[in-house]
Design a protein around this ligand. Sequence first.
Ligand code: PEP
Ligand code: MG
Length: 588
Amino acid sequence: MQALLQTPHEPAQLMSFTIHGIGISGGIAIGHAHLLTHTQLEVEHYTLAESEIPKEQARFEAAIATARTELAALAEHIPANSPPEFEGFLNLHLMILDDSTLADAPRELIAAQRLNAEWALSQQAEALIEQFERVEDDYLRERKADVVQVVERVLKALTGQPRNIPAPPNKDEDTILVAHDLSPADVILFKQHRFASFVTDLGGATSHTAILARSLNIPSIVALHHARALVREGELLIVDGNSGVVIVNPDKAVLAEFRLRQEQWELEKQKLKRLKTTRSATLDGTRIELHANIELPEDVPEARENAAAGIGLFRSEFLFLSRGALPSEDEQFEAYRKVAVEMKGLPVTVRTLDLGADKHLNGEERSAPNPALGLRAIRLCLAEPQMFGAQLRAILRASHYGKIRILVPMLSTVHELNQTLQLIQEAKASLDAQNIPYDREIQVGGMIEIPAAALALNTFTRRLDFISIGTNDLIQYTLAIDRTDDAVAHLYDPLHPAVLQLVAHIIRGANKAGVPVAVCGEMAGEIRLTRVLLGFGLRQFSMHPAQLLSVKQQVLKSDLSLVNTLANRMLKTDEPERLQQLLERMNA
Ligand code: PEP
Ligand code: MG
């Protein structure tokens, strides 16, 4: 272990270089880097005055001493019935605590870089964690968790209970957040700020972190792999969200070029606003409904500003993240009612809880062996009928105040759907018994996002009022690529012939059955795919509000008969090159 524990920070040169990742939200940001440490080790960051250094070092030493005393006290009073590993575990923690990389290196960072103690410790820990992640040996690699626990103990001694993403030292608008990884709950916290951009090492293009990043409507990039290690605090960055490139310490000419591009991008955005009142229809006048995806009631104004025809997907689980307890039925009712009222009679599609996989209640970690295939979404709700019942009652109560629809995620068997419909009936009956009003005609739809549901479509369309295609999960499960894993992010491909076949099959099947169908996955907001979906017969799209007007622009210029012909050809080939050619012709 000793060989791994070396001080990782050496003096830096102001060198310009680029890092490539996956652009998930377009536009160009220019600003200064603010490094976020490991999510578990989030702390306040500030720079000390020269004169404060000795006091800060003493504070750090005192915290190390407190942690050592705590561990020693635990080791002395090990309960008789403790597992035998307990003693070994405490000794290991004492050893980590006494190792010079944790005990001494932060002291040096406090002096050399004038960082506050928490920042120095977490920066050092971050570097150590990364070293552990690179170790081949499984046992040693897993010791990373012990390092985190020891650091948490010292942080606790320093600050009391640590937490919450701290505000950066610069003005928000000038700040580019650089993180190794962020959870969806972290990103939700960013909604309180107006950062210029954020970039992460991990994550795939359709992970919920990425989807939220898109909803912040700032240029963002994921899957940069080593940005957090390569970029230094305060360095000047250009983030090009269109091409997925970060330029670190750009020279004057590059900076000038990107400032120009940034202005052009802003100009384009302004021009798009003119389309707000234009009717959404193809060249031959066929009406295309463009709805918005939202995470929180606070997102409604943006949906309205971009003239959404309704809310096609309200990811209700975001009400449940970043908090200690589940929101009560009343609190949920208020949130759903607020959205329904503010949408003034336009449809609001509330998706029932899609927790599990990469979204968890506060403090809970991914614990299932394979969370994306585990107890997620409707599976979790059916396993927790009380929690689900409260949500269903809240949605039904809110339906009295606008046009709400219920959307059930992750259906794979008709049995799940029958059970859900039964629970909805029970929720209605309980409201009837209390004379509480609700919309008796409320529509119930299902998300088709598992290949099994796509292939057995009719069993679902027979029982549902509408369906919505979750292409993010459909692609994840069809291509067997974890949405959150940057190592397979390059395999995400909405143009894979199997994906196209499935999406077309669902749209055409639903149209044939006379059941309204929408796409609410990220494919719906990708303008290069708008015509593909139109050609498959899609007439309703739901996407993040910021994408609505560019998709509308694409719709307005679309010739349906040409698009239909090319889409049919696409379904007759499984050659990627040919598919690409057809796509280019469609978008020419
Ligand atoms: C999807 O899977 O495409 C979808 C819209 O739902 P989510 O991204 O929230 O899983
Ligand atoms: Mg999904």
